[in-house]
Design a protein. Sequence first.
Length: 263
Amino acid sequence: MKKIILTLGLILSFSLVANAQFGKIKIDKAVGAAVKGAQAFTLTDEQMAAYCAEYVVWFDKEYPICSTTDKDKGMRECAERLEKIVAQIPIKEVDGLKLDIRAGWVVNINAFACANGSIRVFAGLMDVMTDDEIMAIIGHEIGHIANKDSKNAFKTALLTSALKDAAGAAGGTAAQLSESQVGALGEALTNAQYSQKQETAADKYGFEFMKKCKKDPKNMASSLGVLLKIQQEAGAGGTDAVNKLFSTHPDLDKRIANLNKLK
């Protein structure tokens, strides 16, 4: 089985032919636009967790998650490798959120974290990095969760996606999403970008995280160096997937310089 070759934008916005079966919410029960927006802004942590969980379930069904019991040799080895890396991480939860770290059988060089503690590391990233560099990237993603970046990005995505017309229509509970709503949410998440300040803070978290894992913290800068080299080699003629990666991971050289100042 070959790795799925899809751009990240397509991965997160693909919805019209999705197989995940989610119940639909009746939009006509929703209130006026201003009130709906306010309700979305005041989503409880429980509602946020429910929406995140629903999105992650959809994503994992659409884009294969590697397992140590997979018949496909490549997927099995990918899962086994990540399992060994994760086993060395002493942090199992962040702010009461249990970390769920899995490998996605996707060729893209990327990883992402959701506000419910779910982290997905793509096989493409694992192909170009060492185990310790992958661990540093995981630390960076945990940093986004710990710093509430993932939560704020998810809330913004809820407000800018089609879900803004339905988020408050369930009488205080998290509404079950339709496939198109999950797809719209994914597209909004794709377009979301962390600020340079947020990325720098997550880099620093990853640096300190490596110390806690009793690993060389320089692997945080090294992992970004891998991405920088890919960016430089791609140049102006990079593929859509590569260009998307670096539009959401800006100023790698400055971030590496900042990390090299840390001790």
